[in-house]
Design a protein around this ligand. Structure first.
Ligand code: DON
Length: 310
């Protein structure tokens, strides 16, 4: 293990991690429930660490675009919090679910109020808020994401369409919430927006850039008219820590110790406040839907650098 100080050579740490991850080749499976994602080359691996000062370290396929999927839920929530503020929490909770990201069981006995905004049901409620509140949801959401990354981010309509064609469980979640009075708009319109937001494509570099500002705890987060106050930005970190990895959130806090968010596209973004934001991408997922290699890479990162939020 290298002993590293605050003036850390993160570049060397990323190189060590890439070497050690060779042992993990072949672990995990690319998700097959979204046909387009099943076609992605499983052997790609990229990582990018950006310090809060803006120094960037990259390794592997760090400039290859991938589907950010559930990571987009943090960005849609940022806009929804701006619009509804504390009223938002009447429609969605802030508790870890302890259940898979697409589980419907809890939703029924908790009266259509999703446990948190990062499980699918919660993110569908947030999509409903954006469909109600934004004049042109697809365009405005995209402009917001482009603004915080400073890059030309785009949706992948083919991935969105592919997910829609088999989105039976999300449709079930949405109708369950409609029946319980927690979904205002037409189910199909909300899901079309939801699938599109999940289909956003970014590189590791763009992802680290998008989330870097969450690591600057002395500053608000956002872009344009959608800026979180400092306190809201801190709470977003709390949500990422407790709910960012579904029923593996405890494991991620235990093994890695950083707030973060994963997506079934195989990416994870995480941050160490006041120090850095890190993104990692490797498509094969573990049984909980989080990138197998990505989880290990981040565990190695915080172990080698001796720094977590605890
Ligand atoms: O709705 C879905 O199932 C996907 N669009 C997003 C799920 C996801 O990324 C869960 N992440 N680990």
């Amino acid at each position: 293990m290298c002993m590293l100080t605050d003036m850390m050579d993160y570049g060397a740490v990323l190189c060590e991690i890439a070497v050690e991850l060779k042992e993990f080749e072949g672990k995990g499976k690319v998700p097959s429930y979204i046909p387009e994602l099943a076609k992605v080359d499983p052997n790609q691996f990229g990582m990018c660490l950006t310090t809060v000062e803006g120094t960037r370290y990259e390794i592997g396929d760090s400039q290859v675009k991938f589907s950010i999927q559930s990571i987009s839920k943090v960005l849609s929530l940022t806009i929804a919090i701006n619009i509804l503020r504390s009223d938002l929490w009447k429609r969605v909770g802030v508790e870890p679910s302890g259940n898979p990201f697409n589980s419907i069981v809890q939703l029924e006995y908790e009266n259509g109020i999703p446990r948190n905004p990062f499980i699918n049901a919660g993110a569908i409620v947030i999509a409903d808020v954006l469909v109600s509140q934004l004049k042109r949801p697809k365009e405005e959401f995209l402009a917001f994401v482009q603004g915080i990354t400073g890059s030309d981010i785009q949706y992948n309509e083919q991935v969105a369409q592919s997910e829609k064609s088999v989105g039976y469980m999300n449709t079930s979640l949405a109708y369950m919430m409609k029946e319980k009075g927690n979904l205002v708009n037409d189910v199909e319109e909300v899901l079309d927006f939801y699938y599109l937001q999940c289909s956003l494509e970014m590189t590791c570099v763009e992802l680290a850039e998008a989330f870097r500002n969450f690591g600057e705890t002395g500053k608000p987060f956002g872009h344009g008219e959608y800026i979180l106050t400092m306190s809201q930005a801190l709470r977003m970190n709390a949500l990422m820590l407790t709910c960012g990895f579904y029923d593996e959130s405890g494991e991620f806090a235990f093994e890695v110790g950083l707030p973060g968010k994963s997506g079934v596209g195989g990416a994870i973004v995480a941050l160490l406040p006041e120090r850095y934001c890190v993104s990692v991408w490797s498509p094969p997922l573990n049984k909980k839907g989080n990138s197998s290699k990505g989880m290990k890479a981040l565990e190695l990162l915080t172990t080698k650098t001796g720094g977590s939020i605890f």
